[in-house]
Design a protein around this ligand. Structure first.
Ligand code: HEM
Length: 413
């Protein structure tokens, strides 16, 4: 029994059986730094998105600059796409390490391997579900945002542990500067350059030390860089206008939709077609001065303002449009509130996580925060929130509540 198991184990390759010059400490370190940078961008921009939707008093976001969320979330999804080639490259460069024996040498080694396992599993999960989400393939049976948020802490924590453990190898790998000749790794096992090569002789004289090996490493790193930059260029056009003509892989065309503007949630999808087209619709405005009902004509008779603002979707696309309507601060005043009172917004939607939102005081006070009635000089299309929707600067699209039914000045309903 024991000898059968040993025979099977003997057939499993060892790290030194993987002879590609790519399994090299210097390659692993460089791809690791690129991938790590992408993870830091993802974590920070992801937290920004989370804090917009789950505000904390000690780090409030304001309406200025108006373009900020568009940039941070555009960057988030762009870095997310860039992770696909980077993750594949990193896994390819290090996979011989999977075959290290003994599998575990002690509790420290065991912990280190477990943290790497967690890192790989969590990152693969995050990248796969993130990409599916932005292509609107909601095939997973869980609430994306909550699971994605929780996993992001696991990914970030595991990256910190991994970098801490591997720091000496990373420093060694990067210390070579542009020199990728000679051997830095045997069979995926990190060997300090000029240090002792364990079991089996000098590596620099083998295929890993040749000029050909250096060319292979350079070629691999070049291919990873080109693939990453190309993927970024082909997708970034969904939020960055200059790249729109080459946005061949972008999940969304931000101009494809009614009135030349994309829509994530349609009126039909939100189940509001009947209520939103009801000629008897009137906004219920509640505040310290009492409650009033304002029809669309009443709202159009109030002071109208225009604001050129982006609609910036959590899924990474964005587009600028000219919105027209009533300033929310004017409505707050009409309800007997102050122009910087927070306002709670309720939609005609009966269900859905985004049927309500809160406008903090700083947003209400901003001159460009509107209860929009018009888009680019026309009445709002039904899918853009007719009869009335919120539009404010520097705010995730999911908080720009559509088909507004009720505004409560002073906070919660
Ligand atoms: C791999 C590391 C990643 C980390 C650490 C990360 C982190 C985060 C965080 C913290 C949020 C905020 C969640 C919330 O609002 O509670 C977020 C949102 C989001 N992420 Fe990522 N993310 C990663 C990868 C990706 C990838 C690969 C994509 C897709 C290309 C992606 C797409 C999104 C989207 C669409 C949202 C908005 C979700 C929503 O509010 O509905 N993320 N991310």
């Amino acid at each position: 029994m024991v000898s059968a198991a040993r025979r099977i184990l003997d057939r499993v390759p060892r790290p030194e059986d993987f002879t590609s010059a790519v399994h090299d400490e210097r390659v692993v370190a460089r791809v690791g730094v690129w991938f790590g940078a992408a993870i830091v961008i993802l974590f920070v921009t992801g937290l920004v998105s989370h804090l917009h939707q789950n505000p904390v008093w000690w780090l409030p976001f304001g309406p200025e600059p108006a373009w900020a969320y568009r940039v941070t979330q555009g960057l988030h999804v762009a870095a997310g796409f860039a992770c696909v080639p980077l993750l594949l490259a990193k896994l390819y460069a290090v996979y011989p390490r999977l075959f290290v024996r003994p599998v575990v040498t002690g509790w420290r080694h065991g912990l280190e391997r477990a943290s790497v396992g967690l890192l790989v599993a969590a990152t693969v999960f995050q990248v796969v579900t993130g990409v599916l989400n932005v292509f609107q393939l909601y095939v997973f049976g869980f609430g994306f945002t909550r699971v994605h948020y929780a996993t992001s802490w696991i990914v970030f924590g595991a990256v910190l542990v991994h970098v801490g453990v591997q720091l000496p190898a990373v420093v060694r790998g990067l210390a070579s500067g542009g020199d990728l000749s000679g051997s830095g790794v045997r069979g995926g096992h990190a060997v300090p350059r000029g240090g002792t090569v364990p079991q089996g002789g000098a590596d620099d004289v083998g295929p890993r030390g040749s000029d050909e090996a250096q060319t292979t490493r350079r070629g691999f790193l070049g291919a990873v860089a080109v693939a990453t930059l190309t993927l970024t260029a082909l997708t970034l056009g969904q939020t960055w206008r200059p790249l729109r003509p080459v946005a061949l892989l972008a999940p969304r065309d931000p101009e494809a939709g009614p009135q030349g503007l994309a829509v994530n949630k349609t009126a039909r999808g939100a189940g509001v077609v009947e209520a939103a087209t009801d000629p008897g619709w009137a906004l219920e405005l509640v505040g310290p001065g009492g409650a009033v009902r304002l029809s669309r004509d009443d709202l159009l008779a109030l002071d109208q303002h225009e604001a050129v603002l982006p609609i910036a979707c959590v899924e990474g696309w964005s587009a600028t449009a000219r919105w027209g309507g009533v300033r929310v601060r004017d409505l707050a005043a009409l309800a007997g509130g102050r122009p910087d009172d927070p306002v709670h917004v309720q939609s005609l939607q009966a269900r859905g996580s985004y049927r309500e939102s809160d406008l903090p005081g700083a947003y209400v006070a901003h001159e460009d925060t509107l209860l929009a009635l018009r888009l680019d000089g026309e009445d709002l299309a039904l899918d853009h929130g007719f009869p009335a929707r919120i539009i404010a600067p520097n705010r995730p699209g999911v908080l720009q509540t559509k088909w507004v039914a009720r505004l409560v000045v002073g906070g919660a309903a």
